[in-house]
Ligand binder design. Structure first.
Ligand SMILES: CC(C)(COP(=O)(O)OP(=O)(O)OC[C@H]1O[C@@H](n2cnc3c(N)ncnc32)[C@H](O)[C@@H]1OP(=O)(O)O)[C@@H](O)C(=O)NCCC(=O)NCCS
Length: 173
């Protein structure tokens, strides 16, 4: 049986901070990682200008509107950006959902778990969210292992748009 992680299991190796326009080079790299494109989406971010536009219209707009969004995951000791993790409100989904992605060289060390625990705690404690969802393509095993460790359970298949690909909806219990 999977042991469910709790916020105090985050050993403090990573922190979350708001993204800023100065993160454009890091975002350009992350959004062009082949796994990001295959398992999340191709956001068509190909230049620093595209990355700034993505930041402005995506995470920064959501911070302004809702007070949360995708945050930058950093290593606590060095401040190195290693990925993004945070909470999203999508037009087509009733729930707020958690999103996460790490640069390939930082995977397999438990950093995404720590970041996700921090994001879930913020959702619960700062934004009063009693339920948080996650949407995952079929076959994204690392994400499913992570969600299981966080105590998420599969609920149903959903579609962002009629006729679009089916995605798995998980949610906190
Ligand atoms: C999804 C994603 C963030 C998961 O990253 P990850 O590094 O595998 O996840 P975790 O931080 O939970 O690390 C867990 C792994 O680290 C290992 N690990 C090593 N040291 C660890 C530690 N101190 N604590 C916990 N786990 C540790 C675990 O055994 C586990 O390995 P396993 O998956 O082979 O069983 C990453 O695969 C990714 O960026 N994918 C592309 C984008 C994506 O798919 N995003 C999600 C869309 S829904």
């Amino acid at each position: 049986m999977t042991q469910v992680l709790r916020p105090h299991d985050a050993s403090g190796r990573v922190t979350l901070r708001n993204l800023a326009l100065a993160d454009a080079p890091f975002i350009l790299e992350l959004l062009n990682d082949p796994d990001f494109i295959a398992r999340i989406a191709d956001r068509q971010v190909r230049s620093l200008e595209d990355a700034e536009r993505y930041l402005t219209n995506g995470p920064l707009a959501m911070y302004n509107e809702l007070g949360f969004g995708l945050w930058c995951t950093e290593l606590r000791t060095t401040g190195t950006p290693i990925g993004i993790c945070g909470l999203l409100k999508r037009d087509w989904l009733e729930d707020v959902d958690i999103g996460f992605a790490l640069l390939p060289e930082f995977r397999g060390r438990g950093y995404a778990r720590e970041a996700a625990l921090l994001a879930l705690a913020r959702g619960r404690d700062m934004h009063g969210l009693s339920r948080i969802a996650a949407i995952v393509q079929r076959g994204n095993d690392p994400s499913e292992r992570l969600l299981a460790a966080l105590g998420f359970a599969f609920e149903k298949m959903v579609q962002a748009a009629p006729g679009g690909p089916e995605l798995q909806l998980f949610a906190t219990r």
